[in-house]
Design a protein around this ligand. Structure first.
Ligand code: TYD
Length: 216
């Protein structure tokens, strides 16, 4: 049999959000390793991307000049990628009971395109209802750090995509946008101080995952 055993629980979905260079990928690897040690199947993924179709769309989004896409076109590409990512990667993994850890998800659209960007929150919320519906994360870890720290790390690893090129004022708005999202949805979101060493950040993440989802 291919599908989940009858009555199997849908796997948990955890997204990691925050500005560029706050250390999401390091923390995702650490949490994935920890959950696997406990016998949990884990799928790690990322947005934009996370499925072959969504990765093809990602290439259109991250390369080229920062004004390549209109705000609406950019948001539609993000959500087109997200629709494919949910259909092909996230939902099938959860259906067989795997935990899904995603480097960014829909809160990035609300922060970058909706709150900090030109599209506006209502438009992003409408796309969210259409594409994500009830399939969003159970828990969202928001890694928060002053933008100088994030941009320094992102620059150090050679990251310089269309979004990082938008400048510090935009990055600061993005940071505040994530904090606002967390304040609106405290049941789903946990803000963690990411201006510390990786071990301290990891300890807070493990605590949040244990307390909120009973995992790890
Ligand atoms: P990426 O290289 O994944 O950045 P990071 O390593 O910081 O996560 O590039 C993705 C960029 O796309 C990132 O700057 C944030 C942006 N983004 C949006 O603007 N909206 C979205 O919905 C998503 C998923 C990402």
């Amino acid at each position: 049999m291919n599908g989940p055993a009858a009555g199997a629980r849908r796997g948990p979905f955890i997204s990691f959000e925050g500005g560029d260079g706050v250390g999401k990928s390091t923390q995702i690897s650490r949490l994935a390793a920890r959950l696997r040690e406990n016998g949990q199947e884990v799928v790690t993924t990322r947005e934009p991307g996370g499925s072959p179709g969504a990765e093809a769309i990602r290439a259109l989004l991250v390369s080229g000049p920062s004004d390549r896409w209109s705000p609406m076109a950019e948001a539609l590409l993000m959500f087109a990628a997200r629709a494919d990512h949910l259909e092909k990667t996230v939902n099938p993994a959860r259906a067989r009971g795997a935990a899904v850890l995603s480097d960014r998800f829909a809160d990035s659209s609300m922060a970058y395109q909706g709150i900090a960007g030109a599209l506006g929150e209502d438009q992003v919320a409408a796309l969210h209802r259409l594409v994500v519906g009830e399939d969003g994360p159970d828990l969202t870890i928001i890694l928060d750090a002053p933008i100088e720290i994030g941009l320094g790390r992102a620059g150090a690893r050679g990251g310089n995509n269309r979004f990082e090129a938008k400048g510090p004022a935009y990055q600061e708005k993005v940071r505040q946008a994530f904090l606002e999202i967390a304040a609106r949805e405290p049941g789903r979101c946990v803000v963690i101080d990411a201006a510390r060493d990786a071990d301290a950040i990891e300890a807070d993440i493990v605590r949040a995952v244990q307390q909120r989802l009973g995992l790890g």
